[in-house]
Design a protein around this ligand. Structure first.
Ligand code: HEC
Ligand SMILES: [Cu+2]
Length: 351
C-alpha cells in the first residue's frame, strides 16, 4: 500500500479529535475553522452550524467511549498475557475459575450503562437535528434535486416574486434556514458537512432539514447518494452573507431579466433553438428541465460547481456540454460560430 503524505495533516486532525473525544474535551478549539480555505473544506470536523456541531459532538462521544473501551480491554488482555504467561517449570493447566458473581455483574452492568448513555445521546441529537417544525424566523427554501444539478426556490413571505436559481444558495448568516427537499427524478442527498448531516431527496415525497451558518463564507458539499453518471459532479455551494447582502441578492434575483436590445441577436438564437424548451429566462421562455438562466451571471460556477463561470467556460459549455460533463442532460446543439458568439454575448448579459 502506498501512503501519501497528503493524508498526514487530516490524520493528525482526526487523532487530535479522537483524543478530544476520549478526554471529554470539546474539539471545537482544535478544529474550529479559522480561514476561508477551511470554510471551503468538506470536512465533518469543522462544523459551523448547530446541527453539524451536535452531530460532531455525538461522534466525538461515541469515538471517545469506544477508544476508552479499546484501551481498557486491550490493556487487560496485555496485562493477563504477560502476568499469567507460562513460566519455566510450570506444567499442566492453571486453576480454572467458574462463576464469579462480581465479575459477571460487572460485565453485564457496565456495557448496559454504556449502551444506555449512547442511546440517550443519540436520541437527543436526532431530535435536534431532524426537526419537524421550522426554527423561529427561518428562511424557507425549496430544494429540488435533478440529474445532475440543484434547483433552489425561495418564496417571498410578502407575496412578491420567488427566487429561482441553480446550484448556488445564498443565505443570511446567523439566521436558520429551513429546507424542503424534493427530487425531480431519482434519489439524491443534500450534504454540506459543515452545516448539517445528509438528507435524502426522494421522488414523490418531501423531506426537511435545517442549518444556520454562524460565519460568513462559502460552504461546499456534494450529492451524497449515487444518482447516475455525473453524481460526483453534482456539487453544492452555500454562501452565507450578511442580511443586507442577502436582501440585495434576493432583490436582484427577483428582478426582471435584463433586456438589452444590443443582444437581441443572441436572444433570437436562444428562442429559435431548443434552449427555450429546457431553460427559463423570465419574460422569454419557461422551460424547467434545466437551470433557470434569468440571472445566470450572478453565479460563480457553471454545471453544478464543475468550473468557474466566465465567457470561456460558457462558450465551451455551449460548444459541447458532453465534453465538460459527459452524460449530462444537455445535448450538444452543434451551433455555428456566429450562433455561439451571439449566445455567449446574450447569456453574459444576464446578471
Ligand atoms: C434537453 C434540454 C436542454 C437543452 C435543449 C438545452 N439545455 Fe442547457 N442545460 C440543460 C441541463 C439539464 C443543464 C444542467 C446540466 C448539469 O449541470 O448537469 C443545462 C445547463 C446549461 C447551462 C449552465 C447553467 C448553470 O448554471 O450551470 C447553460 C448556460 C445552458 N444550459 C445553456 C443552454 C443553451 C444556450 C441552450 C441552447 C443552445 C441549451 N442550454 C439547451 C438542459 C438543456
Ligand atoms: Cu445526486
Amino acid at each position: 500500500m502506498r501512503v501519501s503524505t497528503a493524508h498526514v495533516p487530516s490524520c493528525l486532525i482526526i487523532a487530535a479529535w479522537i483524543a478530544c473525544g476520549a478526554f471529554g474535551v470539546d474539539a471545537a478549539p482544535v478544529c474550529a475553522p479559522t480561514s476561508e480555505a477551511q470554510l471551503q473544506s468538506t470536512s465533518i470536523l469543522t462544523p459551523v452550524s448547530p446541527p453539524a456541531r451536535e452531530i460532531q459532538s455525538l461522534a466525538a462521544l461515541v469515538v471517545g467511549i469506544c477508544a476508552a473501551i479499546f484501551i481498557v480491554v486491550e490493556g487487560a488482555l496485555l496485562w493477563a498475557i504477560i502476568r499469567y504467561r507460562r513460566r519455566a517449570g510450570e506444567r499442566g493447566e492453571p486453576v480454572q475459575v467458574f462463576g464469579s458473581n462480581p465479575i459477571e455483574l460487572a460485565w453485564t452492568v457496565i456495557p448496559l450503562v454504556i449502551v444506555f448513555v449512547l442511546a440517550l445521546a443519540t436520541v437527543r441529537t436526532i431530535k435536534d437535528v431532524q426537526r419537524t417544525e421550522p426554527p423561529e424566523g427561518a428562511l424557507a427554501v425549496d430544494v429540488i434535486g435533478h440529474q445532475w444539478w440543484w434547483e433552489y426556490r425561495i418564496a417571498d413571505e410578502k407575496g412578491g416574486a420567488a427566487v429561482v436559481t441553480a446550484n448556488e444558495l445564498i443565505v443570511p448568516v446567523g439566521r436558520p434556514v429551513w429546507l424542503r427537499l424534493a427530487s425531480a427524478d431519482v434519489i439524491h442527498s443534500w450534504w454540506v458537512p459543515a452545516l448539517n448531516g445528509k438528507t435524502d431527496l426522494v421522488p414523490g415525497r418531501f423531506n426537511n432539514t435545517w442549518f444556520e451558518a454562524e460565519k460568513a463564507g462559502t460552504y461546499l458539499g456534494q450529492c451524497a447518494e449515487y444518482c447516475g453518471t455525473q453524481h460526483a459532479n453534482m456539487l453544492l455551494r452555500v454562501r452565507a452573507v450578511d442580511e443586507a447582502q442577502f436582501e440585495s441578492w434576493r432583490r436582484a434575483q427577483t428582478a426582471p431579466a435584463r433586456e438589452d436590445p444590443s443582444f437581441a441577436a443572441g436572444r433570437a438564437v436562444f428562442l429559435r433553438l431548443a434552449c427555450m424548451n429546457c431553460h427559463a429566462i423570465d419574460g422569454s421562455s419557461a422551460g424547467a428541465f434545466g437551470p433557470n438562466l434569468t440571472h445566470l451571471m450572478s453565479r460563480e460556477t457553471i454545471a453544478a460547481g464543475m468550473a468557474p463561470l466566465n465567457r470561456d467556460t460558457l462558450r465551451a459549455w455551449l460548444v459541447d456540454p458532453q465534453q465538460l460533463k459527459p452524460g449530462c442532460n444537455m445535448p450538444s446543439l452543434q451551433l455555428t460560430d456566429p450562433e455561439l458568439d451571439a449566445l455567449v454575448d446574450y447569456l453574459s448579459s444576464l446578471h
